[in-house]
Design a protein around this ligand. Structure first.
Ligand SMILES: O=C[C@H](O)[C@H](O)[C@H](O)COP(=O)(O)O
Length: 223
């Protein structure tokens, strides 16, 4: 199976998992990226049944609306029933690296506001230790050089993601050469640097279930 076929298979499995929430009238949180896009496209079949969605990026909001799916503001939604999103890496505890598409901050907010976080990914994303994928950090623009120096002190190699401005008007530093042994501690330490909005580690609020697309079918992994 191709990587896209694996992504589509996990998106279909996630649809089955969120159906009860849809028919219970819960608001659905929607992630960002190529895997989440497959989910959005399959969700279109339920456009008339969904009470509303909250999107973690402008790109996902646009795609949802293009299918006629209602998008509402998180501030008007209360607690979400379920959040579905992809990841750049996951370990077996379902601690994640996210933000390859620069949507990490809104994703983290929507995940925090959701009762259940379903992560959907192809098998290439499951790793023993997080960090081979460079860790995205969203930074207030004027703090870029200062934050980069602090990340260097922590042992990483931060690289400015040229030409990228997040939906919140900020920039991204990608931290290379930074294998992460204690994800919760690292998440807290980076977030404590003044000027950091948030980093792409989802360890303090990991996923609740990982639907992993493999050539032998979709595996359901819980921590
Ligand atoms: O900022 C983007 C998100 O964190 C994505 O969920 C992540 O990069 C995975 O994207 P994809 O499904 O395209 O691999």
């Amino acid at each position: 199976m191709t990587q896209d076929e694996l992504k589509k298979a996990v998106a279909a499995a996630a649809i089955e998992m969120v159906k009860p929430a849809i028919f219970d009238g819960e608001i659905i949180g929607i992630g960002t990226g190529s895997t989440a896009n497959f989910f959005i496209d399959l969700l279109a079949e339920f456009r008339d049944d969904i009470k509303g969605t909250v999107a973690s990026s402008e790109a996902s909001a646009q795609r949802l609306r293009s299918h006629g799916i209602e998008v509402i503001e998180l501030n008007d939604a209360g607690t979400l029933g379920v959040y579905v999103d992809g990841a750049d890496e996951s370990n077996s505890h379902l601690e994640l690296i996210k933000g390859g598409g620069a949507a990490l901050t809104r994703e983290k907010i929507v995940a925090a506001a959701s009762k259940k976080f379903i992560c959907i990914a192809d098998e290439s994303k499951l790793v023993d230790q997080l960090g081979a994928f460079p860790l995205p950090v969203e930074v207030i623009p004027m703090a870029r050089s200062y934050v980069a120096r602090e990340l260097l002190k922590m042992g990483g190699n931060p690289v400015y993601r040229e030409g990228v401005v997040t939906d919140n008007g900020n920039i991204i530093l990608d931290v290379y050469d930074f294998m992460i042994a204690t994800p919760q501690k690292t998440e807290e330490e980076i977030n404590a640097i003044v000027g950091v909005v948030t980093n792409g580690l989802f360890a303090l609020r990991p996923a609740d279930v990982l639907l992993l697309g493999t050539s032998n079918g979709v595996r359901e992994i819980t921590p």
